[in-house]
Design a protein around this ligand. Structure first.
Ligand SMILES: [Zn+2]
Ligand SMILES: [Zn+2]
Length: 446
């Protein structure tokens, strides 16, 4: 072990070359984290190059044609079985290890956003595409460029270890996480509908998302990590009247303001606030055009964010009852429309506990935080996490001038990508080892 520690200490490509040259018996004595670290260092230059290329060529949801081709060509060159065109542009690569074992899937989302980049990077996007009927600037403002590049690097490493891998690794390159305008088409949901795994369903699935934060830090929590999201549209209708005589018609603004106030009470007092958070928001009130006309209709738009399926149902029922009764109180009527449901991203407690050591070893100097607050944002990875034991964790990439989705979002420290690759390699190999040893169960077919 001493000699081998010395080799790992050489770091980077040198140690990888030495590892490759070693007889298999000696290699197996090298600890998993040392192997993963050496190999992640060795592909880092490629990962950075791919990330910058993808960053410079961002594609909107459902249009990830160039990115998908880049990925598919790469996976084919590595000798993987590749399927393309799943959910329009999705790509799946299958790596069958040299020994039998479990099945693990790794997911990266590929799409960019209609945002005009202002990072000033030499490889900043100048791409424009049609969005909502207009020529619009496109930018990787959520870091999915980094996700694709890291998973390409991970595939390269694991393909190189193929003979030693006990089990199967499925690389899922998913389109349309952000979704298009109008009714949300989730890339994850569509890939599942199109049976992306076929007969080879995973025992677990992992995903990573870059976020502003200390570079190389890995962050997650057990249980509900990202909220379930439901869009709200409320169409109020009644009788138009003069602003000086509200009693002659339906007092539409009074209904709207009543709903806003009651929604705050529902979220803060009508569901068990000690169990999980609930956010019930009215974000837009549209209606009326003059100081002295109370209109016959108004539309309210909003969103519900929850972490528990039962609490979600309860909040929905209470919101509907509130809207119906407040509208009736003022002699109006209401149509309540829920759209674009996205489930919560749930980190499987048992799997999360079993992977904590691997993630700690993979993290950079900044270490881990496995007790972060739940995030009220959403990610359609939830469609995977509700079917398979799953972990979704964040990777800190330094502190850009703007958050995810801002024109200033950037992977400030590309060194963090090496941590991301290391974490994917290490969690994959650790998971398959634990399946092999019986410490973690194979997934039972549902
Ligand atoms: Zn996003
Ligand atoms: Zn994202």
């Amino acid at each position: 072990m001493k000699m081998l520690t010395g080799i790992a200490a050489l770091g980077g490509a040198a140690s990888l070359a030495l590892l490759m040259a070693m007889p298999a018996a000696a290699q197996s004595a090298v600890s998993l984290d040392e192997r993963a670290a050496a190999q992640a260092a060795a592909v880092q230059a490629d990962v950075v190059k791919w990330r910058r290329d993808i960053h410079q060529h961002p594609e909107l949801s459902e249009e990830e044609v160039r990115t998908a081709k880049l990925v598919a060509d790469h996976l084919r060159a590595l000798g993987l079985e590749v399927r393309t065109g799943i959910a329009k542009t999705g790509v799946v690569g299958i790596l069958r290890g040299g020994k039998p074992g479990g099945v693990v899937a790794l997911r990266a989302d590929m799409d960019a956003l209609p945002v005009e980049e202002q990072t000033g990077l030499p490889f900043a996007s100048k791409v424009k595409a049609m969005y909502d009927g207009k020529q619009t600037s496109v930018m990787h403002a959520c870091g999915h460029d980094a996700h694709v590049a890291m998973l390409m690097g991970t595939a390269k490493i694991l393909a190189g270890m193929k003979a030693d891998i006990a089990g199967t690794v499925i690389f899922v390159f998913q389109p349309s996480e952000e979704g298009t305008l109008g009714p949300r088409v989730s890339g994850a949901e569509l890939m599942i509908k199109e049976n992306l795994f076929g007969a080879l369903e995973p025992d677990a699935i992992f995903a990573i998302h870059v976020v502003p934060g200390e570079s190389g830090k890995l962050l997650w929590r057990s249980g509900g990590m990202y909220a379930a999201s439901d869009r709200i549209e409320i169409r109020l209708s009644g009788k138009q009247t003069h602003g000086a005589r509200p009693w002659d018609g339906t007092d539409m603004p009074a209904i709207a303001s009543g709903i806003v106030q009651d929604f705050a009470h529902i979220a803060s007092r009508q569901v068990n606030v000690t169990h999980a958070p609930t956010v019930l928001t009215i974000a837009a009130i549209n209606g009326g055009n003059r100081f002295n006309i109370i209109p016959e209709s108004m539309t309210l738009l909003g969103t519900l964010r929850t972490f528990d399926p039962e609490m979600r149902k309860l909040a929905m029922a209470k919101a509907e009852a509130s809207v119906a009764s407040i509208s009736a109180l003022y002699g109006g009527s209401a149509e309540f429309i829920w759209t674009a449901p996205t489930p919560a991203v749930i980190n499987d407690p048992k799997l999360t506990a079993a992977m904590t050591d691997a993630l700690r070893k993979a993290a950079g100097k900044a270490g881990i935080d496995n007790q972060i607050d739940p995030a009220t944002g959403s990610d359609d990875y939830s469609y995977f996490s509700r079917l398979y034991p799953s972990i979704y964790y964040n990777l800190g990439i330094g502190f850009p001038k703007g958050t995810n989705h801002s024109p200033f979002f950037d992977v400030v420290d590309e060194g963090a990508l090496e941590v991301g690759v290391r974490s994917q390699v290490l969690t994959t190999l650790t998971f398959l080892q634990k399946i092999q040893s019986g410490e973690l169960p194979r997934r039972k077919a549902k």
